[in-house]
Design a protein around this ligand. Structure first.
Ligand SMILES: [Zn+2]
Length: 247
């Protein structure tokens, strides 16, 4: 039996067989899964999956910058307003300057989402690519008490500021080979670290599933020179506090 851990970032609806992945995760000792949505169709699937696995799959619903289009804004924001109470967090949301979605539109949507999270008192799961500083600044200015910058691989200087503000970052299996990600985990206090897989993202050619969170655990333990049991115990507590997980 592996050490019990929580996978805090899974695109469960994008796995070829979500039910099989949940069974496998349970067998591998994964305590709980936070399933994240990208847009209206994926949010609907995530909420359905969470209803099938109460107390195991915790839903987060969001509007990913990759999915933003002018014609889709109204219905996506409407869905989130209506259903955010059913979710443990708002996410995945954020800013991505590498994709051809107008920055102005991304900012308008992100601001609206941060307002919503603030009103509903929900934690936020942030995606940022080539946009770490702007994403951090907007989260901070909106006074959000709980935010995780998922798979953080941005500038160290921004990282230090977001850590001082009390925000968290999450660790993926990419720690095995990504110097930027390793550097971030070396700096972040364990109290501000969550574990995740971003499944079904491929790491070195291999499609990930929630059971792969054991790799994120092993890598954080290696970087921090701590026992994996200790890292698991503390990051599980972080995940429970952050998302209200009771597993
Ligand atoms: Zn993701």
């Amino acid at each position: 039996m592996n050490i019990p851990v929580i996978d805090t970032h899974v695109h469960l609806d994008e796995l070829s067989d979500p039910d099989q992945a949940v069974t496998e995760a349970r067998e591998a000792g994964v305590l709980a899964i936070v399933a994240v949505g990208m847009d209206l169709p994926s949010n609907t699937k995530i909420l359905d999956l969470a209803r099938r696995y109460p107390g195991y799959v915790y839903p987060a619903i969001g509007y990913h910058p990759w999915k933003i289009s002018l014609s889709g804004v109204r219905e996506n924001l409407g869905f989130l307003q209506e259903h955010l109470d059913e979710a443990a967090a708002l996410g995945e949301i954020g800013l991505d300057y590498k994709v051809p979605v107008e920055r102005e539109l991304q900012h308008l949507v992100f601001q609206d989402l941060l307002d919503l999270a603030w009103r509903k008192k929900k934690p936020v799961i942030i995606h940022a690519r080539q946009a770490h500083e702007d994403a951090y600044e907007l989260v901070r200015r909106n006074d959000l008490p709980r935010a995780v910058f998922h798979w953080y691989s941005g500038p160290l200087e921004v990282l230090k500021r977001l850590l001082l503000e009390g925000y968290s970052i999450s660790a993926t299996p990419a720690l095995a080979y990504s110097p930027k990600h390793q550097e971030a985990l070396a700096v972040a206090p364990l109290k501000q670290v969550l574990l995740e897989t971003d499944s079904p993202v491929r790491y070195q050619g291999l499609e990930s599933r929630p059971a792969f969170v054991a790799q994120s655990l092993a890598e954080v333990a290696r970087i921090k020179r701590l026992d994996p049991e200790e890292v698991a115990f503390r990051t599980n507590q972080n995940a429970r506090d952050f998302f209200g997980i009771v597993s």
